[in-house]
Each structure stands twice: as structure tokens, then as C-alpha cells.
Design a protein around this ligand. Sequence first.
Ligand SMILES: Nc1nc2c(c(=O)[nH]1)N[C@H]1C(S)=C(S)[C@@H](COP(=O)(O)OP(=O)(O)OC[C@H]3O[C@@H](n4cnc5c(N)ncnc54)[C@H](O)[C@@H]3O)O[C@H]1N2
Ligand code: MOO
Length: 407
Amino acid sequence: MLSMNEALVRVLEQARALRAVDCDLESALGLTLAQDVVADADQPPFDKALVDGYAVRSVDLVRPPFRLELGETILAGQIPQRPLGDREAATITTGAPLPPGADAVIMHERTRRIGHTIEIEEHEIKPGLNRLPQGKVYRADDRLIPSGTRLTPATLGVLAAVGAASVRVIPRPRVAIIPTGDELVDFRQPPGPGRIRNSNAVMLRGFVDGLTSETWTSPILGDEPEALKEGLRPALDFDVVLVMGGVSAGQKDLVPHTLEALNVRPIFHKIRIKPGKPLWFGVGSPRADRPGPLVFGLPGNPLSVLVNFLVFVRPVLHVLAGAAADDDRIEVRLATRVSHRNTLTTYLPARILRESLVPGEPLRVEALDWSGSADLLSAAVADGFLILPEVKETYEAGEIVGFLPLR
Ligand SMILES: Nc1nc2c(c(=O)[nH]1)N[C@H]1C(S)=C(S)[C@@H](COP(=O)(O)OP(=O)(O)OC[C@H]3O[C@@H](n4cnc5c(N)ncnc54)[C@H](O)[C@@H]3O)O[C@H]1N2
Ligand code: MOO
């Protein structure tokens, strides 16, 4: 049986960024850029006024009189009609181009208007005052945003500024969620004797929200071989397939065989993790235009689904979307002693002790009481999971351990 880390390596070996597509800039937030973005022009495209006031030649104001004739008016969006003459000032607004010859702008609050002249109250006018020179921010053809960058609101703004209306990006994966099990009923219905509501599908949808370009939840599939096979078939068109339930050792645990019958090549089955030990992982046959789907058989217990999603599936969704595999683990200090079976990596629902936060110190965390991997309520009220590695059985209060926040 593989350790959790070995299994994660096997999974990530199969994960490659999806093929780049063209995307409208306005739909590209959060996606990964698959091209370099280059400046189409200097920024700013001309020497630009940074304040409302008067464009001047600083040489005219080295010694008194500090008075200049007023010439043309240049508003933002207009082009100066002529160079600035000797001892002349042009009225100018923020963002407008300086006229040739001008090398400084004086804020109008520092001047007094007298008829067709202005008197300047500020006497130290250095060349460059309140002027942003052409190309100061970047030059035409500079590489501004490299391929591989995640598009944030600010990078989208830069792309808009250079007119990149459509960009090459890595799309987010398409994900299929498939609940299986004869005992399941839709959560909107009363379960009836011996049956339970399908709670996992809604939970998984919540987790994948924002990480996919399309999420499809299939109807509940029963534990009948032919129906299961036909129900799973359309899911294999997706990039990632999340089948829930039916992967352990029961006589109705038909998912691994059925996936293999659909040409999904098994990579591993069962790993040293709790919850989630019976995890199954395989890769479907390549499609004409793209590689085969990555298929997870998630053990059906709600906490198995949850932990396996966070540990294995979420990093894969990031990698397919062109990003790095995320690792949100932080280090925390155990508030109480905890024990587990030292042959498995254990994820324990836990709570951050916010009442005893000490700035600069690791967070203190206590394990919650829980009734095993069917106990989704414990995770719903938890801040995250303590991670207890296989190496030893007991971790003492005060020890530093890993913690996976739930967000
Ligand atoms: N002989 C063995 N039995 C079991 C083993 C084992 O190694 N040998 N492993 C146990 C572990 S650990 C887990 S976890 C479960 C996983 O079982 P399956 O993946 O086959 O899942 P099911 O049996 O179908 O379901 C388990 C449990 O979860 C409930 N479930 C399933 N789907 C949903 C859903 N969509 N919403 C809510 N709850 C769901 C299901 O009713 C079961 O109670 O196997 C152990 N057994
Ligand atoms: O690995 Mo299972 O999730 O403990 O019940």
C-alpha cells in the first residue's frame, strides 16, 4: 500500500496543464496566462502632466521675475498645437500631453492669475516637476506579463491598457461528480428505511466551485454493474471524474472493476491515509484532442471524500488549470495530546483556539471529538484538520504538527 506522499506523487505525475484557448479578457480573471503580454506602445505614450496647472520651461523660472504669459490650453485627450514659447505657460489638466519645450508643471494652487499672466509662488521649479516622461512606466515591445502568470484584477488592468482584448489562457478543468450507492436518495426526498440522503455531491460541488469551467453532477447511480457502467461512460468525457462510493471491499463495491471495463487504467488502490484509505485512482483512454480523464474513486464516507478531495483532487485541479499544486498546510502547536494508528497518515478534525492567540506564535489547535469518517458534522464545525504523520503513535501537547485549514 502506498503512503499518502507516494500516492500524491503518482497522482501529480499524471496531471498536465490543459491545452491553451483564447479567452475574452473580461472572462479571464483567475486563469493562467499562456502567452507573454507585450506592450503595444510606450506608457505613458507622451510626456504627461501629473497635476492640473501650468506647463512651463524651468529655465524661465531660475530667477525673477516669476511671471509668465499664458498661451494655449491643453485638456486631457487633446494634442498641443505648438511648442511653448519663451517665458510662456500653457494651461494644462492632469493626464494631458506637455507641449514641446515644457519640462515641468506647476499646480495651479501655487500660482496667481493676473489677466493674461500667471505669477508663480513656488520658486524652486526643477526640470521634471509633476511630469511623467514618455515610456517611464514601460516601453513599446517590453514584455510586461510573462506566460504562466495567474490573472489578477491588476494584471487584467495591464492587459486592458495594452489592448489585449482576447488572451491565450489555460482553461479550468471540466469536472464530473458521480454519486453511487443503492442506499442513496436525492437530498430533497425523505430517505425511507435503510436509506440516506446524498450529501456528498452538494459538498463536493461546493469544494470545486471556482476551480472548474464546468461541473456536472450525474444522477445517483445504483450498484448494478450494467447500469453503473452506462452511467459512468458519459463522465469519461470530462477532464476529472470524481466517483463517490463503491470502492472498498464490499460485494457491491463495483466501481474499480467497472472503471477498468471502461478502459480506465488503474494507478493505485488503497493508500496509507485515514480517512480515505480505499482511494482508487486511474487514467482513462486518451481522447482524439486531449489526454484521458483523471479518475478518482473516492471512498463514500463523507470525511473520506472531503480529505481525499483536499489532499489529492484540489492540487490536480490547480495543475490542470496551469497553476502550481497548492499546499495550504501550516504549522500549529498541539493544545492537547493526540494518538492515532502509526501506520497511516491521519487527518483529525480540529479547532483553532482563537481565545489564546499570541501574536508571532504558532496557532494553538485542539482535536475535536469525532465519530470517524461518517461524521461530517465534526468537519462542518472544524477550522481544519490536524495532520498526524505515520512515524509515531502519540503527539504531545505543545508539539508542532501540520494543519490543513478548511476554507
Ligand atoms: N472489508 C472492508 N470494509 C471496508 C474497508 C476495508 O478496507 N475493508 N474500508 C472502509 C473504509 S475506510 C471506507 S472509507 C469505506 C469506503 O467504502 P466505499 O467507498 O465502498 O463506499 P460505500 O460503501 O459506498 O459508502 C461508505 C459510506 O458512505 C456513505 N455514502 C456513500 N455515498 C454517499 C453520499 N453520496 N452521500 C452521503 N453518504 C454517502 C454510505 O452510505 C456508507 O455509509 O469502506 C469501509 N469498509
Ligand atoms: O478511510 Mo475510511 O474513510 O476511514 O472510513
